[in-house]
Design a protein around this ligand. Structure first.
Ligand code: COA
Length: 386
């Protein structure tokens, strides 16, 4: 494998609903990323999307986007891992460039959740036969994890409040965030509507539309495309027992743990080296459990990182630095690519008011369903001499 770097990024603002079609959204993100990399052609395109088949009646997204982006003739494949699909597309592009199959590859994610009813379509990431048939959705699964966590570790009722508060604070300065410019107080989180006990509205990521893309090139050539390339130091993926109920300890996210450990080895970095962590905060409890699985906190202690305000931009482990899934938005198939674009901005000191000081190593995790599939990517800013 040769080293691979990100040489172009493109993000469209996340919206509650967009008038753009899937093909327009995807192609717009691809064009932005290619313009950023100063390239007119790539060898391969990997696209991620989870819900178009259900909500728009559209399959075959990768070729659709390639066509709209005037890239006909190239390899164009769709990559899927439920809510982690964006990171899966990134991984496939990374492997394609790393292996030499492609010299330039684009990973693009697109989702339009605003059309139709998203919840039943999202639930299909669970076991349809044994979970969905009993009424399970992503909301009920996360609410159950939250209830169990609160009971087992005697967490105060407002123990997770600072997860959404931090995400929303950071989204205020991100023009691509759904909740850009909006303030959210701890009280409004505490008083938000109970969606499924004990989970409240403000514990959930929102339904939204969006698209984002990145262009990848061999690190040896990266500076020919970009004055500020960012290297992918590791890409790993792991899976857990499919159903939470089948796991020995439902509050321990083994796939997140294994995937993180593997990524640390591949990147030859230590957890303490990580300057910021783009966590998959689809629900507050998921952010909390991921922090524990990676080792940023002991089991049962992740909530304290939030409660003690250690996850802010100047904190010990900054998370959701541009708003996270909670406040930038979680347009499912696009999310992993938004996270990647934001990390590129952080590692190249272009994150504006949300800049994490001296950030040189960043980590990202992307989660399919209730952490059944977890991808970890680690990125580094210093590629000048690679
Ligand atoms: N966070 C903050 N505000 C939210 C929100 C969220 N998650 N979801 C909706 N809102 C706001 C809307 O912007 C709207 O505000 P407005 O009246 O000022 O415009 C208001 O709440 C009502 O919006 P609405 O769309 O009617 O809410 P809803 O009750 O239909 O949906 C949820 C709320 C929580 C059910 C929905 O956001 C949801 O299903 N989220 C989870 C999605 C999911 O499972 N993703 C996959 C994760 S793995």
């Amino acid at each position: 494998m040769r080293d691979v770097s990100i040489v172009g990024i493109g993000q469209l603002p996340v919206e509650k609903t967009t008038s753009k079609s899937l093909r327009q959204l995807g192609a717009a993100a691809v064009r932005l990323a290619m313009e950023d990399a100063n390239v007119e052609k790539v060898d391969a395109l990997f696209a991620s999307n989870m819900l178009a088949d259900e909500l728009q009646g559209q399959k075959h997204i990768a070729a659709l986007i390639a066509d709209e982006a005037n890239l006909t003739g190239i390899e164009a494949l769709q990559v899927g891992a439920a809510m982690a699909s964006g990171a899966a597309a990134l991984r496939m592009a990374y492997l394609a460039v790393g292996s030499g199959e492609a010299d330039l590859a684009v990973a693009v994610g697109v989702e339009k959740m605003s059309e139709g009813v998203a919840a039943p379509a999202l639930a299909k990431a669970l076991d349809v036969e044994r979970e969905v048939a009993d009424g399970a959705t992503m909301i009920t699964k996360n609410a159950e994890l939250m209830r169990l966590y609160f009971e087992r570790y005697k967490v105060p009722e407002d123990g997770l409040v600072n997860f959404p508060v931090t995400a929303h604070r950071n989204a205020r300065n991100n023009p691509n965030a759904l909740f850009y410019g909006q303030s959210v107080s701890p009280r409004s989180v505490r008083n938000s509507r109970v969606v499924y006990p004990p989970l409240r509205l403000m514990d959930c990521s929102p339904i939204c539309d969006g698209a984002a893309a990145v262009v990848l090139a061999p690190s040896q050539e990266a500076r020919a495309y970009s004055p500020h390339p960012v290297m992918i130091l590791a890409s790993s993926v792991s899976t857990d027992r499919f159903r939470v109920e089948d796991r020995a300890n439902p509050l321990w996210l083994e796939a997140a743990h294994i995937s993180a450990q593997k990524a640390f080895r591949l990147a030859n970095v230590n957890r303490e080296d990580v300057n910021l962590y783009e966590v998959h905060d689809a629900f507050s409890i998921m952010a909390c459990l991921l922090l524990e699985a990676v080792g940023f906190a002991e089991p049962g202690q992740g909530w304290r990182l939030a409660a003690e305000k250690r996850i802010g931009l100047r904190g010990e482990i900054p998370i959701t630095t541009m708003g996270g899934l909670k406040a930038r938005g979680h347009p499912i198939g696009a999310t992993g690519l938004y996270q990647t674009c934001e990390i590129v901005l952080q590692l190249t000191e272009r994150a504006g008011k949300n800049q994490v000081r001296n950030a040189s190593i960043a980590m990202m995790q992307s989660v399919g369903a209730a952490a059944t599939t977890v991808l970890t990517h680690i990125f580094g800013s210093n590629v000048a001499n690679s």
